[in-house]
Design a protein around this ligand. Structure first.
Ligand code: PSU
Ligand code: MN
Length: 402
């Protein structure tokens, strides 16, 4: 049974176009092969509960480009006994090597600043093998709750829905050598036979194409602060507007513009439902100060809401109570630093270094270095909690289909 599922390849009419057409012969345009893992293939064919998981979280963390932009600011700001000399533009690998040379105290200081702004990425992304362990643990939670996990990634140009243990290991090992793949990147990664870690938008596309209706992540992308000028709006939001899948997240981080993110989702026709709460959660905190457009209290509530509208739904699950105290500390430092920046008229490229410095001071800087650990744990705890909720929802849906 399992081996026949292994060889099952699904040809699906693709929603995007590759640059490679076969010369003279038949067109390959419009056909993409999506590989299903044996476990996922079998579960889908029997109508069992399946939960999609993204892979950027394993390999990249988030907001890579932003971190690149502030790396210089950090180096200028921090003066160390044993500095790594870096002038002008500094790329992340150099920064990472530099940080590796520093004493643990200063490493924590830098990393803490970055985490506080939600700029987790190469430095902060979970290193191998911690990323692999976390990915496995999240998959295990889905399984314990009677659903099948389907981690999505592109390997050697082939979109995969559900990774075998070897594939998961490979992706975790690749880390940032794989490409952060949002929907706009899919065609190129596939065409070049590359390895892509899928963001929320790309994961939604593949999961939905093969018939998965529930997808779990940590936080989704949104409208960035100053997005009204920069137009930096994550394609996660537009994809939610056109791909029918439920995305379970802990809301969006407050480094993003939460009210504009909610407005944008409204424009896209996306139902946003807070889980067991009236407020839209802000990742680190249960509340964001903004009411969620609607509320659901059970997985059955969601299953009953399923209409064929063609749009996605965002289910926002607040941070679990046991983690909310440290989350609030982080959040209040971010909020205060943001207010000070506004009051002092600090804008443009001066803003990020200012925020970093202030958040660091407000949280006691290096003295809080131990909290980097708890933050990491908290990030992981959030994804795990979402996985639990997502699995329950997927099971309710599967039961309704029976
Ligand atoms: N926000 C987080 N954690 C994350 C991401 C966002 O709190 O890991 C990742 C997700 O993969 C998300 C992507 O889909 O970043 C959004 O990136 P961008 O803002 O470049 O669209
Ligand atoms: Mn962006």
């Amino acid at each position: 049974m399992a081996s026949s599922a292994l060889s099952r390849l699904v040809n699906i009419q693709r929603h995007f176009q590759l640059g490679s057409r076969r010369k003279g012969g038949k067109e390959s345009e419009g056909i993409c092969t999506i590989k299903l893992s044996p476990e996922v293939s079998e579960a889908l064919s029997h109508g069992r509960a399946v939960v999609a998981l993204e892979s950027t979280i394993i390999s990249h963390g988030s907001h890579e480009m932003k971190l690149r932009g502030i790396a210089c600011g950090l180096i200028v700001k921090c003066s160390f006994d044993r500095p790594f000399h870096a002038q002008g533009r500094v790329c992340l690998p150099e920064l990472a090597i530099g940080i590796a040379c520093l004493s643990q105290k200063f490493r924590n200081l830098i990393e803490l600043q970055l985490v506080l702004l939600g700029l987790s990425n190469k430095l902060l992304r979970m290193p191998y093998p911690q990323n692999l362990e976390t990915a496995k643990e999240v998959e295990a939670i889905v399984r314990e709750n009677r659903a099948v996990p389907a981690t999505v990634a592109i390997l050697d140009g082939v979109p995969c829905v559900g990774l075998t243990a070897e594939e998961l290991e490979r992706l975790a090992n690749l880390g940032t050598k794989s490409r952060k793949t949002a929907c706009r990147d899919i065609a190129h990664v596939v065409a070049t036979g590359g390895n892509g870690a899928t963001t929320v938008s790309a994961t939604m596309i593949f999961a939905s194409l093969v018939g998965i209706s529930v997808f779990v992540t940590g936080g989704i992308g949104g409208v960035h602060r100053h997005g009204e000028n920069t137009m930096d709006i994550s394609s996660d939001l537009t994809e939610l507007g056109r791909t029918p899948i439920a995305v379970i997240s802990a809301g969006v981080k407050s480094i993003l513009d939460i009210p504009r993110t909610l407005e944008y989702l409204e424009t896209q026709g996306v139902c946003v439902a807070a889980y067991k709460t009236d407020e839209f959660p802000a990742f680190f905190t249960e509340t964001s100060g903004y009411k969620a457009p609607c509320r659901i209290d059970t997985s059955e509530d969601y299953a009953n809401m399923k209409l064929k509208l063609g749009t996605g739904i965002l289910i926002a699950v607040p941070i679990p109570k046991e983690h909310s105290a440290s989350g609030s500390l982080i959040e209040s430092a971010i909020q205060r630093a943001l207010k000070e920046a506004r009051d002092k008229g600090v804008t443009g490229n001066a803003e990020t270094p200012f925020l970093l410095a202030r958040v660091n001071e407000l949280t006691g800087g290096a003295s809080l270095s131990s909290s980097i650990l708890s933050l990491d744990i908290q990030n992981i705890a959030l994804v795990k909690n979402n996985a639990l909720v997502g699995a329950k929802i997927a099971v309710s849906l599967a039961q309704m289909r029976e």
